[in-house]
Design a protein around this ligand. Structure first.
Ligand SMILES: Cc1cc2nc3c(=O)[nH]c(=O)nc-3n(C[C@H](O)[C@H](O)[C@H](O)COP(=O)(O)OP(=O)(O)OC[C@H]3O[C@@H](n4cnc5c(N)ncnc54)[C@H](O)[C@@H]3O)c2cc1C
Length: 437
């Protein structure tokens, strides 16, 4: 009788989950040593740090998205589409909600999948902190669909302004972005670039100066999670571009046409983006009695196993893992998700061989913030710099680009990434620099 092979289920094919299943599939799935299943609520993957470019229109999401089914086929895992909404720890089974199409028709019924090892890698969503009006009047950048919605809205606002045949109303093209973390800051620079590109591509009844971008941050400076010199450099760059930066301003209400702050400021803006903090998806709160924190994150030990169940791991933005030697948890970043995926890959293999689960140590290599073609700033951490070293210019840009390349290499290997990069260069030489539909 053949031996039963372990079932490994990974939920969430994002920055961490997709790298993990690809590795597991290649090493275990293809050799028949384990059955690997990836579950995701969507059918394609896009690396989330690209979403602000999708929102601005400087990146066409279809160019960079990966079909899960195709990745599964080449990498030795199987893909099942569906949204996890339940967990039965006693019977070691997850449950996926039925998939309903736009017409309300059920296309995939509720399904259950058994696991021996479960890895939850469902990322995070924006946190509105219960502030009045945010959910109803702000746009978010949590998913490709939301980023595309933003892009459509921006383009429509431009087209309307270009064709209305009269001068623009006061503040007609104002954009307010709440949250001056990397996402908010990068989006500001992208939008500035877009305002120039759209005029150059013929929507010339609108002048780039008609678009007023305001960045609102509750902390006393932008990029509060990064060293002060980087924050100052980015602030200076944004001010040069004409972005109004309001720091130390806590948002208390969002209305259909404005943002109100605690100090009494009212920022008029028809387009508003919320990028001020994250939380793990709501369904994780109290799921199957596992320990979670105030942000719905699953609390994990240093091994990335959940505190109450050794066979359930959590990685990436949806987990709360103590950052050793620091007073805080490991930050929600792509580099953390990438490192966690590598650790869990190793852990599962070691446990299958009857060994102890290894511990995770987060290595912070620094952070980079891209201001589009106006520059890149960031810091390098670790052995290279003995502490934190600020970097700017071409070197910072190259390192910023290499983050995404590393993700692609983990999925496709170096040769295919080289081919992809070349084809991308050729495409760029004939396509416009911005998506115009
Ligand atoms: C605009 C933007 C810019 C960013 N820039 C940077 C940057 O420059 N550098 C950096 O380090 N980090 C950046 N980040 C953060 C980074 O993207 C995240 O830290 C990283 O993607 C987290 O990886 P993850 O694997 O935990 O989750 P994700 O990559 O978010 O993937 C989660 C996956 O889970 C799926 N999913 C969610 N819920 C369910 C469910 N119930 N059932 C099934 N599937 C589900 C989703 O569809 C998704 O595919 C940025 C984030 C954003 C939004």
């Amino acid at each position: 009788m053949s031996e039963r092979i372990p079932k490994i289920v990974v939920v969430g094919g994002g920055a961490g989950g997709l790298e993990l299943v690809t590795k597991l599939g290649k090493k275990l799935g293809k050799k028949g040593k384990a059955e690997i299943t990836l579950v995701d609520s969507t059918s394609t993957h896009i690396w989330k740090p690209l979403l602000h470019e999708v929102a601005a229109g400087t990146l066409d999401s279809h160019e960079d998205e990966i079909e899960y089914l195709s990745q599964a086929n080449c990498s030795g895992f199987r893909f099942r589409m569906g949204k996890m909404d339940g967990l039965d720890r006693k019977n070691k089974q997850i449950s996926l909600a039925p998939t309903i199409n736009k017409e309300g028709l059920e296309i995939i019924p509720r399904r259950h999948f058994d696991y021996d090892y479960l890895v939850i890698a469902v990322g995070s969503v924006s946190h509105d902190f219960g502030i009045k009006g945010v959910k109803d009047h702000c746009l978010f950048l949590d998913t490709t669909k939301q980023a595309e919605t933003f892009q459509n809205k921006l383009l429509q606002a431009y087209l309307r302004a270009h064709t209305q045949g009269r001068p623009l109303d006061e503040g007609q093209l104002n954009i307010a972005i709440v949250g001056a973390g990397a996402t908010g800051v990068e989006l500001c620079a992208q939008l500035y670039e877009v305002s120039h590109l759209l005029t150059a591509y013929g929507l010339d009844e609108v002048k780039p100066t008609d678009v007023k971008i305001t960045l609102i941050e509750a902390a006393d400076r932008i990029l509060p999670g990064l060293p002060e010199n980087i924050s100052a450099a980015a602030h200076e760059e944004l001010s040069k571009l004409g972005v109004e930066v309001l720091s130390g301003e806590r948002v208390v209400e969002v209305t259909p046409d404005s943002i109100k702050t605690e100090s009494g400021k009212v920022v008029p803006a028809p387009i508003k983006v919320w990028a001020a903090g994250i939380k793990a998806p709501e369904f994780l709160k109290d799921i199957a009695g596992l320990e979670t924190n105030w942000m719905n994150q699953l609390v994990v030990r240093q091994t990335l196993q959940t505190t109450l169940d050794d066979d359930i791991y959590a990685i990436g933005d949806c987990c709360a893992c103590k950052w050793q030697g620091h007073d805080e948890n490991v930050p929600p970043r792509a580099q953390a998700a990438h490192q966690m995926a590598s650790l869990v890959y190793k852990s599962i293999r070691m446990r299958m061989a009857g060994k102890e689960a290894p511990e995770y140590h987060y290595h912070d290599y620094g952070s980079l913030v891209s201001l589009g073609r106006y520059g890149t700033v960031g810091n390098l951490m670790g052995n290279l710099s003995r502490g934190s070293m600020m970097i700017e210019g071409l070197m910072a840009r190259m390192m910023y680009l290499s983050l995404y390349k590393m993700h692609q290499v983990a999925l496709f290997g170096p040769f295919r990434v080289l081919m992809l990069s070349l084809s991308h260069l050729f495409r760029r030489s004939v396509h416009p620099k911005i998506k115009l539909h």
